[in-house]
Design a protein around this ligand. Sequence first.
Ligand code: FES
Length: 124
Amino acid sequence: MYSDKVMDHFTNPRNVGEIPDADAVGQVGNPSCGDIMKIYLKIKEDKIVDIKFQTFGCGAAIATSSMVTEMAKNKTLDEALKITNKAVAEELDGLPPQKMHCSNLAADALHAAIENYRKKQKGE
Ligand code: FES
């Protein structure tokens, strides 16, 4: 039911954990199941130089979280903002239809972290 890529990222997730001195943190909850994803960013000259995640959720949510961190690493903030939930699911060679909602966390948490960083930069 799951692609090899989903299974790989679920059983061997990349970039798991917390960045204690993160420049930005983004957190989103999935309204359909209550699962939560948190993304930590380290940013240098508008580029994501380190990224980690903590996901309290199902296997598909963990796989999409892992994949989004791989896709966003070393990207500029503008490039990372262009990563969509759909792109993450596609990069994993798809998710079963009943698990598509799980991919909603990944890019949303990344975007929330970037917005959080930009607000901080503006002193808001
Ligand atoms: Fe909640 Fe998958 S069941 S994110």
